[in-house]
Ligand binder design. Sequence first.
Ligand SMILES: [Zn+2]
Length: 60
Amino acid sequence: MTAKKPLPQKTCPTCGRPFSWRKKWQNCWDEVVHCSERCRRNRNRNRASDGDRAELRKPR
Ligand SMILES: [Zn+2]
């Protein structure tokens, strides 16, 4: 039996979701921070359109 190694994972700071290693990152995984290029571009403007962040503003 050969147990496959689990893929490494990181958490995207833009969307706050975990993402797994992809082959296209095999040479630069250490430098990968965001789950996608879209998140990488949105990192500076993640106010609107990010429903997950609404949790931070939830009224008590
Ligand atoms: Zn993301």
